[in-house]
Design a protein around this ligand. Structure first.
Ligand SMILES: [Ca+2]
Ligand SMILES: [Ca+2]
Length: 76
């Protein structure tokens, strides 16, 4: 019973999550892909999270941006 993932496991999990959101498999997430895949988020929350993640304010969320934001969060 591991209730904490190792950094390596967490990174793998994050990458898998990112890939699962990337509906057309082009390697980047559009807002549409992100919003459609972000189950459990309210619409306002999705917009806020997208804005937080998408640091360069373009139309895509790269894996780099996604991971950078995840790493900035405190572990729960
Ligand atoms: Ca995509
Ligand atoms: Ca971006």
């Amino acid at each position: 019973m591991a209730d904490k993932m190792t950094d390596e496991q967490q990174l793998k999990h994050l990458i898998e999550t990112y890939k699962s959101l990337d509906a057309n498999k082009d390697g980047v997430l559009t807002f549409e892909e992100f919003a459609n895949g972000a189950e459990g988020f309210e619409k306002m929350m999705r917009l806020w999270v997208w804005d937080e993640y998408n640091k360069d304010r373009n139309r895509n969320l790269t894996l780099e941006e996604y991971l950078a934001n995840q790493n900035a969060k405190p572990a729960e």
